[in-house]
Design a protein around this ligand. Structure first.
Ligand code: SF4
Ligand code: SF4
Length: 440
C-alpha cells in the first residue's frame, strides 16, 4: 500500500513538474534520500516553480534563472579541487524540481570535468525536459581539425547527441575570432552542425570591446548571445550590448548578474538602504531582479555552489516581480552608496552645464574624487566613530574651501535637468544628494 501511495505521489509530483512519468527514471531516486524527500514534497504540492520566459526564436520556455556549472561545490580548496558530485546531484535535483531547466557548462570548467558531471546529474531526467548549453573553447584551438575533434569530445563527455544552446566561448579579440571561426572555418563547421541538428541554437559569449562587438554582431545570424550584465556593468558596456541585442531581437543570456559574487553583499550602508526597503529580501535578490526586469533577457546564469544560494534564487524567481519604479530609485541610492568609495566617472566634458541652480557639477565631482584618492570618504556604517568623525571633518572642510564662492553640491535641488545630458550616464542628482548628506 505504502509503495502504491508512493507511486501515486510520484505521478502527482511529475505532473507538477510538467513531465511524463513514463519518461522519468524514478528508480534512480531509490538511493537518494534527498530526492526521495523532494519527491514527497513535490507530491504534496509544496514545490514552487520558477518563472519561465519564451525564446522568440524557437518557442523554448526557459527558466529565467539558469544553472551555471563553473562553480560546483568541491572537496577542498582551489580551482582544481575535486567536485563534490553528491552535493551537485542534490543541487541539480532541487533546481530541476523547482523548474530550473537551463544548465550551462563549458569544455574548460572544473578542469574539463564540468560537462561530464552535469550530464551525469541530469541523466535521470528526460533529455527533452532541460536545455543543455556548452561552448567551443576557440582560445585553445591551434589548428583547423581541432574544432570538430573538440565538438565530438563534448558530445561524448555529455553523453548526448545534441546541444540545445551552443556558444563560441568568450570572444575577446578580432584576430582570435577571425583565425578560429573564419580562417579555420569554425563558424561554418558549427553552423553545419546546427543544420544537422546536433546544435539547436548557435550563439557566442562575449568578453571583448565595442569594436569587436560591432564587427561580430552582424557577421552571422546569431540565435542568441551571452553577455556580462548587472547593475554596475550597465553603465559601462552593459547597456550598449543589451540594447544592441534588443534592437536585433536576439535573445540575451546573462552571465555575472552578481558580478562574481560582489553584489551579494554591498557596503554596510548600501545594504541598509536595500534592507530598509525590503527587509526579508537578500541583497543578491536585487541583482537578480534587476536583470530579470529586462524584457529581452532569456535567462540569467548563476553558479550556485551552496544550497542556500539556490534556495534564495528560487525564491526570487518564483512569482517573479520586476523592480518597481520606487524600487529602482532605492537601488540607485544603494548603488551610489556602494560606489562612494570609488571615483565618480566624470570626464569633465561639461555637457551637463550650466546647472540652473549654479552647481559647478564637474568641480564637485573632481573634489569628491580627490577625497576618494585620499581615502577620506566618511561612512557611519563602515567606520569606527573616531574614523568617521575625522573623515567627516576633512570632507566638509575640503568642500567649504573649494566652494567658498558658491557652486557647492548643497545648492542642488535635484531638478534632474543635468542627468539626460551626461554621456557617462551618471545619476547626477543622486550623487549630489549623497555628497550633500556628507556635508550636513
Ligand atoms: S539636479 Fe542638481 S546639479 Fe543637476 S541641474 Fe538640477 S540642481 Fe543642478
Ligand atoms: S556631463 Fe557627466 S561627465 Fe560630463 S561633466 Fe557633467 S557629470 Fe561630468
Amino acid at each position: 500500500m505504502g509503495t502504491e501511495n508512493n507511486e501515486i505521489n510520484r505521478r502527482k509530483a511529475l505532473k507538477i513538474m510538467g513531465l511524463s512519468i513514463a519518461s522519468l527514471a524514478v528508480a534512480s531516486f531509490k538511493n537518494n534520500a534527498f530526492a526521495n524527500n523532494l519527491s514527497e514534497k513535490i507530491a504534496n504540492g509544496e514545490i514552487s516553480q520558477v518563472v519561465k520566459r519564451e525564446n522568440n526564436k524557437n518557442g523554448d520556455m526557459v527558466s529565467l534563472i539558469g544553472f551555471g556549472c563553473m562553480r560546483f561545490p568541491t572537496n577542498g580548496e582551489g580551482r582544481n579541487a575535486p567536485v563534490d558530485v553528491e552535493k551537485v546531484q542534490e543541487l541539480v535535483d532541487y533546481a530541476f524540481a523547482h523548474g530550473i531547466n537551463y544548465y550551462d557548462t563549458a569544455y574548460v570548467y572544473h578542469g574539463g570535468k564540468s560537462e561530464g558531471i552535469i550530464s551525469n546529474a541530469l541523466k535521470k531526467y528526460p533529455r527533452n525536459s532541460y536545455f543543455l548549453a556548452d561552448k567551443m573553447p576557440g582560445y585553445y584551438v591551434k589548428e583547423k581539425g581541432e574544432i570538430a575533434k573538440i565538438f565530438e569530445e563534448q558530445l561524448q563527455r555529455c553523453n548526448t547527441d545534441y546541444f540545445d544552446y551552443y556558444l563560441l566561448h568568450s570572444l575577446q579579440n578580432k584576430p582570435g575570432y577571425d583565425k578560429v571561426y573564419e580562417e579555420f572555418g569554425g563558424y561554418e563547421y558549427l553552423n553545419s552542425e546546427k543544420k544537422r541538428g546536433r546544435i539547436k541554437q548557435l550563439g557566442f559569449s562575449f568578453h571583448g570591446d565595442r569594436e569587436l562587438w560591432d564587427y561580430v554582431i552582424d557577421l552571422h545570424p546569431w540565435d542568441f548571445v551571452q553577455i556580462q550584465l548587472n547593475y554596475i556593468d550597465w553603465k559601462k558596456d552593459g547597456e550598449y550590448l543589451y540594447k544592441s541585442l534588443e534592437e536585433r531581437k536576439i535573445p540575451c543570456i546573462i552571465m555575472e548578474p552578481l558580478l562574481g559574487g560582489r553584489l551579494a553583499s554591498l557596503s554596510a550602508s548600501a545594504n541598509k538602504i536595500l534592507k530598509d526597503k525590503r527587509p526579508n529580501d537578500s541583497i543578491a535578490s536585487w541583482a537578480f531582479r534587476y536583470v530579470g526586469s529586462l524584457p529581452n533577457v532569456l535567462t540569467a546564469l548563476s553558479g550556485m555552489t551552496y544550497m542556500e544560494h539556490l534556495v534564495d534564487n528560487i525564491n526570487t524567481f518564483t512569482d517573479f516581480k520586476k523592480l518597481s519604479v520606487s524600487e529602482k530609485m532605492t537601488l540607485n541610492k544603494a548603488i551610489v552608496e556602494y560606489e562612494k568609495f570609488q571615483r565618480i566617472g566624470c570626464t569633465s566634458c561639461r555637457y551637463c552645464m550650466p546647472c540652473p541652480f549654479e552647481v559647478e557639477i564637474p568641480t564637485v565631482f573632481e573634489t569628491y574624487n580627490k577625497l576618494v584618492m585620499e581615502k577620506s570618504i566618511p561612512s557611519k556604517e563602515d567606520q569606527t566613530a573616531e574614523e568617521f568623525a575625522e573623515k567627516s571633518k576633512k570632507f566638509a572642510d575640503t568642500f567649504k574651501k573649494e566652494f567658498a564662492n558658491g557652486g557647492n553640491a548643497t545648492a542642488c535641488v535635484g531638478c534632474g535637468a543635468c542627468e539626460p545630458k551626461c554621456p557617462q550616464h551618471l545619476s547626477i542628482p543622486d550623487l549630489m544628494e549623497m555628497i550633500k548628506s556628507n556635508l550636513k
